[in-house]
Design a protein around this ligand. Structure first.
Ligand SMILES: NC(=O)NCCC(=O)O
Ligand SMILES: [Zn+2]
Ligand SMILES: [Zn+2]
Length: 460
């Protein structure tokens, strides 16, 4: 199947030019002016922007968590991702205590197979670090799972000791893998939660008030020191607090291989959302929590200066009616997580063009190219080049999108950005050369998404 896209305005992390694109067998075959190949399908992209498909390296589809399961599975989640211009996701498989990481890998492959309609990879969450899990890490790297997530939070569930983190870091360094860290001091948070509940503080806002920025900064500092001692790279997920960013910046300034992502919710929402009337604050219960308004400008600065390299979503949706409600009388029982896989690209594109937060090249870099480089997918993914997969998102800069739970495609009964209008409309999305989104219609078949065997970590 050959597709010719004519007259497009192509933007990558480094280029910005007008050309035609010829796609054959899912791959970009030719880029040039006035291409005149025979094609099965021809699209005139005059006036439209052609960008590499978005890569979201932080999703939780079909994830058992907080006594329930995230409401998007690999079918609904990947469809929503595609509608939002994302053509690759990396989801988190979970090694449960007492079970092998190999078993977890098979379980997550089973969750995705036959359902995913865009390409996907896995990180592996390690709930414990034992001789067996250290051995499993090598087995997984051989199968393209080249990153592992560990937690300093959620005692009794995911939290591991400093010694365990240190061993995992050492092992990752040896085998070319990357450790991704959820950095919050779980022990301190647990004490603060118990103290708040003892005072009768049960409303959603206490989720944020019991998870102070210092708890994130302390854990970030500690893990950076562990990574330095292990002489291994480390990546911080969902960084939210300016104090944590300061730790990352200081380490990077010293030349340490420290990387970090933030998420749209920390850029576009803030603590005041927890004060919405009634139980509505539960919509924003996620960890780390939304911060007060002074944090976001620092995150934007971090993105501009490359101390933050990636914007992912931490998409982990729970419905208000059946799931968030579990914490109606106790904020600590509200399942942690929020939806975002569909809104990421549009929110950031809007911030790029309307608020001049960054150049279009940088927008592409933080949403596609850097994630591909850090997580072993570049240059197959993350750019528009001859030989790369034809994963493309085609934006109409003159269009706009109105966000609402009534019209979004995520399987969740609220949208954190309800009523927000973003500049730019996603007209077409191509995944390996197949047009899977065409002006609001979906053509991506469940099961067409491929598991991605990712390369070893190489410092970008
Ligand atoms: N972030 C969150 O609240 N839920 C998803 C799990 C995690 O990423 O820690
Ligand atoms: Zn996390
Ligand atoms: Zn997460």
């Amino acid at each position: 199947m050959k597709t010719l896209i004519k007259n497009g305005h192509i933007v990558t992390a480094v280029d910005d030019y007008h050309a035609d694109l010829l796609i054959d067998d899912g791959v970009i075959m030719q880029i040039g002016k006035n291409l005149s190949a025979q094609a099965d399908d021809v699209l005139d992209a005059q006036g439209l922007l052609i960008l590499p498909g978005g890569i979201d390296v932080h999703t939780h589809f079909d994830m058992p968590f907080g006594g329930t399961t995230s409401s998007d599975d690999f079918e609904t989640g990947t469809r929503a991702a595609a509608f939002g211009g994302t053509t690759t996701i990396i989801d988190f498989a979970i090694q449960q205590r007492g079970h092998s990481a190999q078993e977890a890998f098979e379980t997550w492959l089973g969750k995705a197979e036959g359902k995913a309609s865009i390409d996907y990879g896995f990180h592996m969450i390690l709930s414990e670090v034992t001789p067996a899990t250290l051995a499993d890490m090598g087995w997984l790297v051989d199968r393209g799972v080249t990153s592992f997530k560990l937690f300093t939070a959620y005692p009794g569930v995911f939290m591991v000791s400093d010694g365990e983190i240190f061993q995992a870091l050492q092992r990752a360094g040896e085998i070319g893998a990357l450790i991704a860290m959820h950095a919050e001091n779980g022990s301190v948070i647990d004490v603060l939660v118990q103290q708040a509940l003892a005072k009768g503080h049960t409303e959603p806002k206490y989720h944020a008030l019991t998870r102070p920025p210092q708890a994130e900064a302390e854990a970030t500092h500690r893990v950076i020191a562990l990574a330095e001692m292990a002489n291994s790279p480390v990546y911080f997920v969902h960084l939210s607090a300016l104090q944590a960013l300061d730790e990352v910046t200081m380490a990077r300034d010293k030349g340490q291989a420290v990387f970090a992502e933030t998420c749209p919710q920390y850029l576009f929402l803030d603590y005041t959302n927890y004060e919405e009337e009634g139980f509505n604050g539960a919509k924003y219960v996620m960890s780390p929590p939304l911060r007060t308004h002074e944090h976001a400008p620092h995150l934007w600065r971090g993105l501009a200066g490359n101390d933050l390299q990636v914007v992912s979503t931490d998409h982990c949706p729970f419905c208000m009616k059946e799931q968030k409600i579990l914490g109606r009388d106790d904020f600590s029982k509200i399942p942690n997580g929020a939806p975002g896989v569909e809104t990421r690209l549009s929110l950031l594109y809007d911030a790029t063009v309307r608020q001049s937060r960054m150049s279009l090249n940088r927008f592409v870099e933080i949403t596609s190219t850097s994630p591909a480089k850090i997580f072993g997918l570049f240059p197959r993914k993350g750019t528009i080049a001859v030989g790369s997969d034809a994963d493309l998102v085609i934006f109409d800069p003159e269009g706009s999108m109105l966000w609402s739970a009534k019209t979004h495609h995520m399987r969740v009964d609220y949208n954190p950005y309800e009523g927000r209008v973003t500049q730019g409309a996603i007209r077409y999305v191509y995944s390996r050369g197949e047009k899977i989104v065409d002006n609001g219609q979906y053509f991506g078949k469940p099961g067409r998404g491929q598991f991605l065997v990712r390369n070893h970590f190489v410092k970008p």
